[in-house]
Write a protein that binds this ligand. Sequence first.
Ligand code: DAH
Length: 410
Amino acid sequence: MFVGAKCIALCDEFGWYRENFPSRPMIVDGRFLFLDNRPQTVDHGQSSIVNGQEFGGYMLDKLNEIEKAALESLSAIADQSALDAWRVANVGRSSPLMQVFAGFGKLSKEERPVVGAEANRVKAALESALEEKSQAVKNAALAKSLEEEKLDVTLPGREVHVGRLHPSNQQLRRVLAILAEMGFQVYTSREVETDEMNFQMLNFAPHHPAREMQDSFYVEAEGREDNPILMRTHTSPGQIRAMREAAATNPQNPPPIRIALPGMCYRYEQITARSEIQFNQVEGLAVGEGITFADLKGTLTDFARRMFGQDARVRFRASYFPFTEPSAEVDVECFVCGGKGCQVCKNSGWLEILGCGMVHPNVLQNGGYDPKRYTGFAFGMGPERQLMLRNKINDIRYFWGNDVRFLEQF
Ligand code: DAH
């Protein structure tokens, strides 16, 4: 760099100076600058610097260096964070380029536009290179994620576990759907009953031995004498409640009834492969004028065909229930062996599916229906038992065992 004294000496030799430098030297910060307007080998647009050692020239060189270094480091960048760092380092507020702008005050009036134009050009060049690189980095990131997160549609999908109804409820719904088609409306009754409803109103006398068929869970007995509270042992007490409810709407002329009464029943049993302490039942009840045993037979034969297939043969066996008279049990021809005899039907060729009968006059009376005018039939079946027969399930404990390996099969 020229020091002031030497430059002053040059200035003194004006001819030499004018010949070689078309414009006058300027003193900036005590230093001389020589600008040359002649076309030069390195063309920065408006003007070039001949003497790179002068301040303005130094600044132009510096800009040149800044541009070169910045573009070089930019070309090596491949990701967004490096790009952000580059932005701060090269066009940020304290970047070398911005320091050049900050140093403008040190330039002379003549130098300023030249260095300024060059600085602006470099700034624009860096910014457009940055923009271009930024776009390239984004495109590369997109291409990379498309490549890495490629969806392979040939892979089998992950199985979605969908919940479903418990097999008992599935069977319960099958039964109710068939009965609904035959005109039976669903009526639900309570699971906690009184002895009166569960037994007495159904014609079980307090010490009748038939009670022993249905060992009970008593909930509350103290102070209730012969009307303790118990878990219902069958759905039949719902018959009384349904009849009373219907009769109450018109006591002199009770309306006909055709209901299906589903729900859980409880018995005090030793739990074995054949008996559980809880199970579902579906009770059927039809009450009206002129209902006969033929209606009962037709209804249940039709039900069995709808449930077990059009060819299903049924038979009615005389039986006993306190709340029906006459009473019967219905068997369906074994659909496992076709009646030939197998393990499922215990070689009888028949499977028992329900109990039924004509509603006992005392029961009609207890329900508010005059037995001289009204008759009716009733039946009771167990969905779990039907499912066991249908699917050859040999242990009733599977139903409440909560083992998904069993439940998943339905
Ligand atoms: N309640 C009887 C039981 O649980 C089943 C039954 C039999 C219901 C005959 C009825 C019927 O309505 O008429 O064993």
